[in-house]
Design a protein around this ligand. Sequence first.
Ligand code: URA
Length: 192
Amino acid sequence: MNTEDKQAKLDTIASKILDRSCGLDIAKSCLNPVPGDGDPDAQLLFVGEAPGAQEDKLGRPFVGASGKFLDEMLSTIGLRRDDVFVTNIVKFRPPDNRDPSKEEIDICLPYLLSQIKIIQPKLIIFLGRHSMNVFLPELKISEAHGKVYKRSGMVFLPLYHPAAALYNGGMRQTLIEDFSKIPKILKSLTTK
Ligand code: URA
């Protein structure tokens, strides 16, 4: 599929998310749905948990403090936000930043699966345990972070969530180190 066709298909999914027709309460209560955005041909797809207050305000993923940290880490491996695709499992802000419910995850998951199918990323990077556990339910983030997992034709790299790592020195260092492995992982996947 060429880039324009991919973008058109991603736009169709985004418009379904934006029309709030899924019936979830959070789809009605949020300020702005957050479909996710980035390069339709991205090799890297980042998946967070759900939009926070800033994301809800602007309708874009990872634009608050954790997004700034994500951008900093991307720049350490020579990438900008436009070079990757960033989204969340749940596309609407749960009130008071509570964890998304199972129903919210189940209803939103087909959007993400469609996005994955269109983008065909080489590597899917989970930001935090919540998104990891949707695809890899048996894993603990304290053990799985920075390791590559292959399942159902997809390749996953779980990382600590930037918001959790931001103010925790040890976790922050670990996240930065795990992040620095991405180019080598990507290279090993593209040369196969
Ligand atoms: N945290 C997330 O998991 N996703 C966002 O988009 C922002 C913060």
